[in-house]
Design a protein around this ligand. Sequence first.
Ligand SMILES: NC(=O)C1=CN([C@@H]2O[C@H](COP(=O)(O)OP(=O)(O)OC[C@H]3O[C@@H](n4cnc5c(N)ncnc54)[C@H](OP(=O)(O)O)[C@@H]3O)[C@@H](O)[C@H]2O)C=CC1
Ligand SMILES: Cc1cn([C@H]2C[C@H](O)[C@@H](COP(=O)(O)OP(=O)(O)O[C@H]3O[C@@H](C)C(=O)[C@@H](O)[C@H]3O)O2)c(=O)[nH]c1=O
Length: 293
Amino acid sequence: MRILQFGATGQVSRAMIAAAPGRAVLVPLSRNDVDLADEAAIEAAIAGADCDLVINCAAFTLVDKAEAEPEAARAANALAPAAMARACAARGLPLIHLSTDCVFDGALDRAYREDDATNPLSVYGATKRDGETAVLAWEKGVVLRVSWVFSRFGRNFIRTMLELGRARDELRVVADQYGCPTDAVALADFILGAAPRWTAAAAGDPAFGLFHFTNAGATSRHDLAAAALARDPRTRARLSPIAKRDFPEPAARPLNGALDNSRVSAVFGWQAEPWTSAVARAADQIIAEGLDT
Ligand SMILES: NC(=O)C1=CN([C@@H]2O[C@H](COP(=O)(O)OP(=O)(O)OC[C@H]3O[C@@H](n4cnc5c(N)ncnc54)[C@H](OP(=O)(O)O)[C@@H]3O)[C@@H](O)[C@H]2O)C=CC1
Ligand SMILES: Cc1cn([C@H]2C[C@H](O)[C@@H](COP(=O)(O)OP(=O)(O)O[C@H]3O[C@@H](C)C(=O)[C@@H](O)[C@H]3O)O2)c(=O)[nH]c1=O
């Protein structure tokens, strides 16, 4: 199994690279190899690759910065996956793409299912939604919507909370914003496990299409921060719950971004680990490897 991967330095990219040995030969492409703004380079990379499947782990993920740079966000999050889908379709290759809870407005009072209407509140969410549409136009396209990704690899909310927990006396964290944390290591494990099925399946197989993929259970940003800080004997910040309206940011986020994982369980038999144990493990790893404090 040979997998061409867009993205080499990001959180999910690095989780994939760490998990691949013995399961797949991964060929990661960094920004230096192919810039997502260069559609012709994307198409050429796929056209010339010796691979059975393509995965896109690269994206413009700076949610606030995307408000100020909508064209760059659109190029990376919408036009680049469209180019990948065209090139994969030309060769019959499955394309696995990652999307986000930010395609939703958060107004529902339950976890979102794949067929719920999207209504992004931000440039990031809108461009990711357009990327989904382009990938799903290819009948061997797969979109995995994930949310609140964490791991020992790179920047994420857990690492930020652990660093601020050591640096500050008080940490004010929003308690009315809900979502499902996603362990990048579990995501990498799932993708590598499902890859043989995607490469063998014919168009029309239920393994293709749109899936929500997170750890089990939803939580608030505040309770997620509390779970991370509880792992660190050196944390000193007092954690204070605040309302999202008291933490203004350039881009709006869905207040409810919880995703329902029933479909990925039904189609792939995937058993999601509760977010609590996965977050505790990742926090322990981040602490053991050293924090920027
Ligand atoms: N992180 C999260 O909480 C969530 C992430 N997702 C989605 O999951 C996927 C992976 O996210 P994650 O691993 O966290 O992202 P990261 O921000 O950790 O990594 C993004 C990657 O994209 C690359 N990249 C960005 N712009 C370009 C460009 N113009 N050309 C080439 N490469 C580029 C970056 O390269 P470089 O290092 O050179 O900048 C980096 O390798 C994305 O599709 C994201 O939208 C969905 C929900 C939540
Ligand atoms: C630093 C900090 C954050 N927060 C909360 C509020 C804020 O909305 C949220 C922002 O954290 P982050 O910047 O880590 O997260 P954010 O950029 O909103 O994360 C999103 O990233 C993109 C890529 C996605 O697709 C989403 O699923 C989601 O994971 O954390 C606090 O309440 N207090 C704080 O001191």
